[in-house]
Design a protein around this ligand. Structure first.
Ligand code: ATP
Length: 350
């Protein structure tokens, strides 16, 4: 499985109709999941707790056997291969370090491909990357959970696999460290041309870290596309809601416009008849209004860089996000305007 055997056209991994059921008679934990992963691509599997993300990852790694479906690496069927024969780097949430070894030894252990006399120096570089070079002589029990997680990452990276599977790898890190580690890791993977599949329930993490986001719901992969596409053109109401706040509206469409309770709104595509729309709160603007029939501010959340408003108009609720300097009192009236086109949700899936 050498990096050089891949051409840009052949996917690194192809997954076809993967299914997994833990117990006879129970629902499928993973239901017909199919996707391809290109060399160097970073994919995030995103979804709520229990939707089948970890089970999917465990099947890709070879720790779980699928009930049906196939997994191909470089076109070779690896569905029946044990984990160690798949040459995949794995960092699971509970991935244990060797307790009796120093951090440095934990990392050099993964470096059999590197000449012995270079191992320590290289291992130090990996530890440097995760910000733990100063602790190289310590043992795992002398570290916090987040630090242990970073050593596990360094150890996996040190093996220089062409595909890395990450299960919530940043979960033990505090907000600031999570953001910087995420950035550095992404840059590192991109530089090395490493493909990555990341499992997370954090939509911000999925969107900032990955080239493609696969949204899962009850075992199924609902939508797989770029972060921009899944955010701006969600395939279903579930996807729209899972990726952030949204306004789900009904309307009557004619061409590129729909009549909705918020007035006429432009659409992302041309349709006729009854439509279901998703409109992001940051795409709405608010302006103070004297009209008692205008929307009323019922709640307001200060979020630092912006306010999240909850508004009520004609018995329906809406949310809008405005920059912090746009301030409206609770109880005051505002006119709601849509700046952007609303995305049309396929009517069978709302
Ligand atoms: P989380 O984010 O909470 O880790 P997940 O999306 O990774 O969730 P999975 O862990 O893949 O979800 O679980 C999918 C479904 O399979 C769940 O309903 C879960 O209860 C079930 N499940 C997972 N592992 C097992 C197991 N070892 N035995 C039986 N059922 C299991």
């Amino acid at each position: 499985l050498s990096h050089k055997s891949t051409s840009g056209i052949n996917p690194l991994m192809r997954v076809e109709g993967l299914c997994k059921r833990y117990q006879q008679g129970e629902a499928l934990a993973v239901n017909q999941v199919s996707f391809t992963l290109q060399p160097g691509e970073i994919l995030a599997l995103l979804g709520p707790s229990g939707c089948g993300k970890t089970t999917t990852l465990r099947m890709l790694a070879g720790f779980e056997h699928p009930e049906s479906g196939r997994i191909f690496l470089h076109g070779q069927d690896v569905t029946e291969l044990p984990p160690q024969k798949r040459h995949i780097g794995i960092v699971f949430q509970d991935y244990a370090l060797f307790p009796h070894m120093s951090l440095l030894r934990n990392v050099t252990f993964a470096m059999r491909h590197v000449p012995t006399h270079q191992q320590e120096q290289k291992a130090m570089e990996w530890l440097e990357l995760v910000g733990l070079a100063a602790y190289a002589k310590r043992h795992p029990h002398e570290l916090s959970g987040g630090q242990q997680q970073r050593v596990a990452l360094a150890r996996t990276l040190a093996a220089e696999p062409e595909l890395v599977l990450l299960d919530e790898p940043f979960s033990n890190l505090d907000a600031a460290l999570r953001e910087s580690t995420r950035k550095e890791m992404r840059a590192l993977f991109k530089k090395a041309g490493t493909s990555v599949i990341l499992v997370t329930h954090d939509q911000a993490e999925a969107m900032t870290f990955a080239d493609k986001v696969g949204v899962m719901q009850q075992g199924k992969l609902i939508q797989l596309d770029t972060p921009q596409q899944v955010y701006q053109h969600p395939a279903t109401a579930f996807v729209a809601k899972f990726l952030g706040h949204t306004n789900l509206l009904q309307g009557l469409a004619q061409g590129n416009q729909a009549q909705t309770p918020l007035g006429a709104i432009n659409l992302s595509s041309s349709v006729e008849g009854e439509v279901h729309l998703s409109l992001r709160p940051e795409d709405l603007t608010l302006s103070a209004s004297d009209d008692p029939a205008a929307a009323r501010v019922v709640d307001r959340e200060f979020r630092g860089h912006d306010y999240l408003y909850v508004l009520e108009q004609d018995g329906l609720q809406y949310c809008a996000i405005t920059p912090s300097h746009n301030y409206f009192e609770i109880g005051s009236h505002v006119a709601i305007q849509s700046l952007r086109q609303a995305s049309v949700l396929p009517s069978s899936n709302h």
